[in-house]
Each structure stands twice: as C-alpha cells, then as structure tokens.
Design a protein around this ligand. Structure first.
Ligand code: HEC
Ligand code: HEC
Ligand code: HEC
Ligand code: HEC
Ligand code: HEC
Ligand code: HEC
Ligand code: HEC
Length: 400
C-alpha cells in the first residue's frame, strides 16, 4: 500500500472517529425535533434572563418529580382531608417522595406517588401520577395562601376519586411539549396516552420564541455578531400578533382546539380560530381570559396597552400594586377623579388596580375544604380595565 493511499484511508478513518466523537457529544435530542435547541442552550448566551426565568411562573407551570423526590423544594406539609368519619385522604412523606393515600375506616385502600405538579403555586398546586401511559389527577390540591389541602376542583364531594385523567389540553398550556397517542376505549370514548419520554415540563424559551436551533448554530459560529439572526423579534410583530402569542394560553380553558397549540409560533395568528375571538361577557373564567378581557378595555382599544406594558415575562418578581399603578400613570397622567370621596384620594396614586381591575371570584371553580361543604373561591383580577359600579357604591372601597 502506497503512502498516499494509506494517508487517504487514514484521513477517512480519522474523520469517522471525529464524527463519532462529536456525535456522541451532541446534547440529548429535543423531543420536538431538530429545529429546537432546548432551554439549557439558550442560557449559555442569555444568562441573566435564564437566571431570573427559573423563578418565573411559566418555567414552573409544571414540574416532574422523579424519585428520589425533589418534592422538598415545594416545602409542602403532610396533611389529611376528611370526606366523612370513615373516609379520608392522607398526604404523607415517605422515603422516595410524597404520596396521596386513600383511607377507608383506617385501612390503606390505594396509594400513589406524586409524579408531577401543575402550577407554580401562586395560589394552588394540582398533582398527578402516572397510570401506565396515562397521567391521572390526584384527589387533593394544595392552596399556598391558605396552607390547606383541599378537594380537587370538580371532584366528587363525598368520595375519594383517583380516576380523572390529565388531558393534553392542560399540557398545552402548562408544558412545552408532550407527544400523545389517541386510543379508542371499549365504550367508544376517546382516551389519550402520552409518550412519557417526550414530555418537556414547564414553559420553556422556545415555547414562546419558537424553534431556535438555527439561531443557536448561527451565533455559536459567529460570536462577534451582536444582532439576532434566525430569531423572530417580538417587538417587531404587529400588536395583535404580540397579544396572540400570549393569548394562545391566556384565553381560558373552555376553548376546544382542533390541533394542539404546541406548534404555535410568534407571528402566528389566532384570528383564524373563531373560538378565540367570540368573547361576550366580562366574567373571569376559571383560568382567566386575560386576552379577551384586555381586548374589551379602552386601554387596549384606544391606548394599545398590551401584556408587556405591565408584565415582564422573564422575571420572577411579584410586583406591588404601587408599581403596577406606575404603569397606569405612564399613560394616565392627569385623571380627574371628581366622584371619589376626599378620604379615598390617597389611594389614587398608590393603587389604581383594586378599583379598575378588581379581584373577582371564579364562578366555575372553588376548593372544597376538609370536613366541610364550604368552598374556598379561586380569585383572579379581571383584565377588563374599566370603571366599576361597585366601586362607586363603595363596595370595593371598604376593602381598605
Ligand atoms: C451562541 C449564543 C446564543 C445562544 C446559544 C442563543 N442566543 Fe439568542 N441571541 C444571541 C445574540 C448575540 C442575540 C442578539 C443580541 C441580544 O439581543 O442579546 C440574541 C438575541 C435573541 C433574542 C432577541 C431577538 C430580538 O431581536 O428581539 C431572542 C428572543 C433570543 N435570542 C432567543 C434565544 C433562545 C430562545 C435561545 C435558545 C434556544 C437562544 N436565544 C440561544 C445569541 C445566542
Ligand atoms: C404556553 C402557554 C403560555 C404562553 C404562551 C404564555 N403564558 Fe403566561 N402563563 C401560562 C400559565 C400556565 C401560567 C400559570 C403559571 C402558574 O402559576 O402555574 C401563566 C402565568 C402568567 C402570568 C402570572 C404569573 C406571573 O409571572 O406574574 C403572567 C403575568 C403571564 N402568564 C403573562 C404572559 C404573557 C405576557 C405572555 C406572552 C408574552 C404569556 N404569559 C404567554 C401559560 C402561558
Ligand atoms: C412566556 C413567554 C416567554 C418565555 C417563556 C420566554 N420569553 Fe423571552 N421574551 C418574551 C417576550 C414577550 C419578549 C419581548 C419583551 C420585551 O421586549 O419587553 C421576550 C424577549 C426576549 C429577549 C430579547 C429582549 C431582552 O430582554 O433581551 C431575549 C434575548 C429572550 N426573550 C430570551 C429568552 C430566553 C433565553 C428564555 C428562556 C430562559 C425566554 N426568553 C423565555 C417572551 C418569553
Ligand atoms: C388555556 C390554558 C390553560 C389550560 C388548558 C389549563 N390551564 Fe391551568 N392555568 C392557566 C393560566 C393562564 C393560569 C394562571 C392564572 C389564571 O389565569 O387562572 C393557570 C393556573 C393554574 C393553576 C394555579 C397555579 C398557581 O400558580 O397558583 C393550577 C394548579 C393549574 N392551572 C392547573 C391546571 C390543570 C391541572 C389543568 C388541566 C385540567 C389546567 N391547569 C389547564 C392556563 C391553563
Ligand atoms: C398604554 C397606555 C395605557 C396603559 C398602560 C393603561 N391605560 Fe387606561 N386607557 C388608555 C387609553 C388611551 C384609554 C382611553 C382614553 C381614556 O379614557 O383616557 C384608557 C382608558 C381607561 C379607563 C376608562 C375606561 C372606560 O371604560 O371608560 C380607565 C378606568 C383606565 N384606562 C384605567 C387604567 C388603569 C387602572 C391602568 C393600569 C392598570 C391603565 N388604565 C393602563 C391607555 C392606557
Ligand atoms: C394595564 C396593566 C396590565 C396589562 C396590560 C396586563 N396585565 Fe396582567 N395583570 C396586571 C395586574 C395589576 C395583575 C395583578 C397582579 C397581582 O395581583 O399581583 C395582573 C395579573 C395577571 C395574571 C395573574 C392571574 C390573575 O389574573 O390575577 C396573569 C395570568 C396575567 N396578568 C396575564 C396577562 C396577559 C396575558 C396580558 C395580555 C393579554 C396581561 N396580563 C395584560 C396588569 C396588567
Ligand atoms: C378609589 C377607587 C379608584 C382609584 C384608587 C382609582 N380610580 Fe380611576 N376612577 C374611579 C372612578 C369611580 C371613576 C369614574 C368616576 C370619576 O371620574 O371619579 C374613575 C375614572 C377613571 C378614569 C376615566 C376618567 C376619564 O377621565 O375618562 C381613568 C382613566 C382612571 N380612573 C384611571 C385611574 C388611574 C390611572 C388610577 C391610579 C393612578 C386610578 N384611576 C385610581 C375609581 C378609582
């Protein structure tokens, strides 16, 4: 074998080896496909956003709790929920994690490990366990402000229930991706099974910014370029497209969508989906219809106030009413409040929102308390910014 030939063969072999090594070094594939890079990649170049984002409600909108448990990070206490003298659910910490356990006359009838949590815990957590490839909702929710274990909303009030599946619709709003299989059950019901390995819990960077593998590749190869390539600029989108990017998940849970919303990208429109646009009343839905409510406000119709006028989506900080009020004042410098009694004038600069975005109780949802028929309401602020009659009558003012 001539030296030349040897060198060629050597070169080919060597390039194979290099290819093999780089291939095995390639990070684990994103279940959404090659167009996606995954959040860990983003954080390398966008460190400060990444640092604050881990405290954000979107990032924590759902979490997987694999054994041995990471439940401690939630800091949840053990507890019990009494349906009646014979029936109760216990929440107990065990070696591999937190369990919900059905007790009938003191006997352990069923126990499940908490495999997944829904909600960042601003007001509540919902829990789930894997039953084969189905994800099932646990009997109890936890309320973070009241520090109470309560019956899950919509569950039977007189018996323990482990039978409600978490549907993909929850996942579409609370996670970044999950692949599903539709199966036809015996009684002609459609049931869903998830492909466990495909689940990306929490709402990650690319859920809002769209697939970004090309963006990453470009900027890795061109570290000196400081202007974003292969990335939609949110600010350059038309106003209604910017609202739609939030509205895909902030339009209430009652909507039925034909296709999953996982593939919705910035720049896409909800206009072609009539169910997103036929808003009629002002009632806050279970999971607030912030898009529709804001769109019904003059601040949006005339003022073009949009979600990011008031919210920093990457931050985890909770803002005070005073800071929100500054955002109102930035557009409303000199409002005449002639009808407000003098003793309420102090409030005027400090808290616009209690009067103009009052807290409302959801009519659809409430949390049944232990050993009681009473329900703790789910409260949200309405995003229909307006003058409310109740305020004039003094009803809301008595809050202060
Ligand atoms: C190798 C570095 C690098 C990586 C990795 C990276 N980016 Fe960027 N990105 C940049 C640079 C440079 C800019 C332009 C300067 C800036 O806005 O920070 C940018 C800008 C952006 C912008 C603003 C676009 C605009 O015009 O408003 C977004 C959004 C963005 N990146 C999202 C992402 C996401 C999502 C990921 C992860 C999938 C990611 N980036 C990963 C380098 C990177
Ligand atoms: C993929 C679905 C999804 C998208 C897209 C989305 N959100 Fe959310 N958002 C949620 C969910 C789910 C929660 C509730 C999180 C929790 O508390 O568990 C939430 C919570 C919030 C909150 C309350 C928590 C906080 O951090 O103060 C604000 C404000 C918010 N979203 C604003 C926005 C804005 C603005 C946009 C558009 C730029 C947007 N969201 C896009 C799903 C989404
Ligand atoms: C809930 C939707 C949402 C999620 C999730 C999200 N972003 Fe953003 N991002 C936005 C919006 C909206 C803007 C425009 C905000 C503005 O300009 O005020 C933005 C702007 C940006 C920008 C450009 C402006 C800036 O502040 O530098 C970068 C870079 C960026 N995002 C990166 C990321 C990264 C990295 C992640 C994940 C750690 C992420 N985003 C997660 C909605 C989101
Ligand atoms: C259309 C999108 C959407 C769907 C579908 C949805 N949610 Fe939500 N969820 C939200 C938003 C937005 C919030 C934030 C507050 C609000 O507007 O209600 C939220 C809040 C929550 C909270 C309270 C979080 C906290 O931090 O206090 C829990 C728990 C929750 N959702 C669980 C679920 C479960 C379980 C399902 C499925 C049965 C589900 N959600 C379906 C959008 C959705
Ligand atoms: C981006 C600018 C902007 C922001 C931010 C904004 N508004 Fe407005 N708002 C407007 C415009 C423009 C109008 C219509 C003209 C008017 O009534 O002043 C309006 C109308 C109103 C009205 C009269 C509504 C009606 O139906 O008669 C109230 C009340 C109001 N805004 C309160 C608020 C409060 C409270 C906030 C903060 C939570 C706020 N606005 C934030 C621009 C804005
Ligand atoms: C004029 C200011 C303003 C605008 C515009 C605005 N919000 Fe809010 N938002 C608020 C205030 C104030 C709160 C209450 C915060 C608190 O109580 O800590 C809030 C709370 C929320 C919450 C928490 C749940 C709730 O309803 O209490 C979500 C989710 C939310 N906003 C989403 C959105 C989305 C999505 C948009 C755009 C469609 C939007 N917001 C536009 C001021 C605004
Ligand atoms: C104590 C309750 C209360 C507080 C606090 C309050 N408002 Fe009002 N606001 C009202 C009432 C009631 C009206 C209608 C009657 C009137 O004009 O006094 C009104 C009217 C308005 C209007 C419409 C008036 C017009 O000129 O068209 C705007 C805009 C407005 N408020 C903005 C604000 C802003 C911004 C803040 C915070 C800086 C604020 N309000 C604080 C109760 C309140």
């Amino acid at each position: 074998m001539g030296l030349r030939r040897f060198l060629i063969i050597f070169a080919i072999l060597a390039s194979f080896v290099v290819a093999m090594v780089t291939c095995t070094k390639v990070e684990k594939k994103d279940s959404r496909g090659l167009a996606y890079a995954g959040s860990e990649t983003c954080i390398k170049c966008h460190k400060s956003i990444g640092d604050s984002y881990i405290h954000n409600a979107h990032f924590n909108a759902s979490r997987v709790l694999s054994k041995p448990s990471s439940i401690d990070s939630l800091n949840l206490p053990e507890g019990t929920f009494l349906f009646n003298d014979h029936t109760k659910v216990g929440v107990e910490k065990r070696e591999p994690g937190l369990y919900q356990i059905a007790y009938v006359d003191g006997k352990n009838r069923k126990e499940e490990h908490i495999d997944m949590v829904f909600g960042a815990g601003i007001s509540a957590y919902t829990f789930a366990f894997w039953y084969g490839n189905k994800l099932m909702q646990m009997p109890l929710n936890y309320l973070t402000k009241e520090h109470q274990w309560v019956n899950s909303p919509g569950f039977p009030t007189d018996q323990i229930y482990f039978g409600r599946p978490i549907i993909s619709r929850c996942m579409e709003c609370h996670s970044s991706y999950v692949d599903k299989k539709i199966i036809q059950s015996d009684n002609f019901n459609i049931e869903e099974e998830f492909i466990k390995g495909s689940l990306i819990a929490g709402i990650d960077c690319e859920r809002c910014h769209g697939p970004a593998a090309k963006h990453v590749e470009f900027h890795e190869e061109n570290p000196l370029v400081k202007k974003a390539n292969y990335m939609v600029s949110y600010k350059s989108l038309a106003l209604n497209r910017r609202i739609d990017m939030c509205g895909v998940c902030h339009s209430g849970t009652a909507l039925q969508t034909l296709n999953s919303t996982f593939s919705f990208k910035p720049g896409d429109t909800l206009k072609t989906l009539p169910q997103y646009n036929n808003y009629t009343g002002e009632d806050a839905d279970v999971h607030g219809k912030q898009k529709q409510l804001l769109e019904a406000s003059l601040c949006y119709k005339i003022g073009k106030a949009e979600c990011i006028s008031c919210h920093d989506v990457h931050s985890g900080a909770k803002l005070s009413p005073e800071i929100y009020s500054q955002k109102c004042i930035s557009c409303h410098q000199d409002v005449q409040h002639n009808k407000i009694a003098k003793n309420n004038q102090v409030l005027l600069t400090k808290n616009c929102i209690d009067c103009h975005m009052p807290i409302k109780e959801s009519k659809a949802i409430g949390f049944q308390m232990s050993n009681s028929k009473e329900k703790i309401p789910y409260k949200l602020r309405t995003h229909r910014i307006a003058v409310y009659e109740k305020v004039l009558n003094g009803g809301l003012l008595s809050l202060h």
